[in-house]
Design a protein around this ligand. Structure first.
Ligand code: GUN
Ligand code: FE
Length: 440
């Protein structure tokens, strides 16, 4: 397949590149193998060949090829409650709303119905790679994996481990540490098998829910499993003042130090929120090369402060973007990019100087930042990278200035599902609204 048209792609925290007219060529394995600009000598011949082979895909004027987004933090089972009870504190929200919903995924029909809706919703919003928390149920997590494979979404999935009887309800917890670790290992092996048999882009993830919900044995065992299978790790770290105090009370250590003690802060770890990290915590993140999933909408509700993105970037710590469904109500990474810019401005007014970030900075987190955190070659439209794309339309192309920066900001602030016409993962089309809506 060869796309012809304009592209926006992040190249660094401070810069997104615009190319007005290029051929983006995809090879059989779903990688970008050439990008040819209009002034190169073989532009015409490559275009002609693609046309003859019927593999030329022209992108209309006013539409743009962008990298697919990477969502570094989604609680898959929480989708049906997006927006509910967000005025409650984290602990109450978990106990009264979230655990009673997550336990329902033991029913595989319930899981299938709700996971199908979620995966489609994320794809329609331009999200091509997702790092998912599942529920505690091995079989329901495998249902999620099947749905992602079927829909063509690249998925990193964790069986949630939670077995601490003082912090989790009897009706929704792993019955013992042994059970928690055995089920985690079973899920890992099942998912690796599925991946091998089908070639679907699925990766298991070690997933202690957060320090409070796990016993010491489970935290230690999960650290060992991460090492044994060389797997990514996800959890929540210093999300709230409550969580921070809890770690000090139980261990006389900071949340980061507890995770580190159990070998859960690695270069493959992605920790959600991290709003309460102090400079020594950040130093530990840097030493371990651990990434942060920035969840700006959710942080408004549970984070108890704004993540200082610019400060953290200056310390050379990697961050990606996460919706935190359903602590964040929106499945859209666009909506989260907007919120991260808005929140950074509020931080500046109150306590920090020079905290403001731009749409360009946040776009970097949502693409390259996420890809680096997951150690995958995607998130940018460059040779050798996976062909994960969204084709989006600028609604005001005919009425406003078409300077690249203006178009880019309009795309960031105006794009909803309706403007995302097509989505591709590893070169395979997974959404085509033109077809569904008869508009093509
Ligand atoms: N901490 C532990 N579990 C959760 C969860 O489901 N959502 C959020 N936002 N924080 C958590
Ligand atoms: Fe979360």
């Amino acid at each position: 397949m060869v796309f012809e048209g304009a592209i926006f792609s992040s190249v660094s925290f401070d810069k997104a590149d615009f190319s007005p007219k290029v051929l983006t060529c995809i090879d059989q394995s779903g990688l970008i193998d050439r990008i040819i600009s209009v002034d190169e000598p073989d532009y015409k011949s490559v275009k002609q060949t693609a046309e003859n082979l019927n593999i030329l895909h022209p992108i209309p004027k006013g539409s743009y090829l962008l990298p697919g987004f990477i969502d570094l933090h989604v609680h898959a089972p929480q989708w049906p409650q997006a927006g509910l009870a967000l005025d409650k504190p984290l602990d109450e929200w978990l106990q009264k709303y979230t655990f009673p919903l997550e336990v329902k995924y033991k029913d595989l029909n319930f899981a299938k119905e709700n996971y199908t809706g979620l995966v489609n919703e994320l794809l329609e919003n331009g999200t091509t790679t997702v790092l998912y928390f599942g529920s505690i149920h091995t079989d329901a997590n495998l249902v999620l994996a099947d749905i992602c494979a079927e829909a063509g979404q690249r998925a990193f999935i964790g069986k949630v481990a939670m077995d601490n009887p003082t912090q989790t309800p009897e009706y929704y917890r792993d019955s013992s540490s042994k059970e928690s670790l055995e089920q985690t290992e079973l899920f890992i092996n099942r998912l690796l098998d599925k991946q091998k048999k089908t070639g679907a882009e699925l990766t298991p993830v070690i997933t202690p829910r957060f320090v409070p919900s796990c016993t010491d044995e489970t935290l230690a065992g999960l650290g060992n499993l991460a090492k044994k299978y060389d797997l990514p790790i996800q959890s929540h770290c210093s999300e709230s003042i409550w969580e921070d105090h809890y770690a000090i009370e139980r261990f006389n250590l900071r949340d980061t130090q507890v995770l580190d003690k159990f070998h859960l802060l690695t270069s493959k770890s992605i920790m959600a929120h991290a709003t309460q990290l102090n400079d020594s915590d950040l130093e530990l993140f840097k030493q371990r090369n651990t990434a942060i999933a920035h969840c700006p909408i959710s942080n408004v509700y549970f984070g108890n402060s704004v993540l200082p993105v610019k400060h953290i970037h200056e310390k050379n710590i990697n961050m990606g973007m996460g919706t935190d469904i359903s602590g964040g109500f929106s499945p859209s990474i666009y909506r989260n990019i907007q919120q991260s810019v808005m929140s950074s401005q509020m931080l500046q007014d109150n306590s920090h100087s020079d905290s403001r970030i731009s749409a360009t900075n946040a776009f970097y987190l949502a693409t390259i930042g996420g890809a680096k955190a997951l150690h995958i070659k995607t998130g940018q439209i460059s040779v050798g990278y996976k062909a994960d794309f969204q084709i989006v339309t600028d609604q005001y192309f005919n009425s406003m200035s078409n300077e690249p920066q203006d178009v880019f900001e309009r795309l960031i602030y105006h794009t909803t599902k309706s403007e995302i016409n097509e989505v591709y993962v590893s070169g395979k089309q997974v959404i085509n609204r033109g077809e569904h809506h008869g508009r093509k």
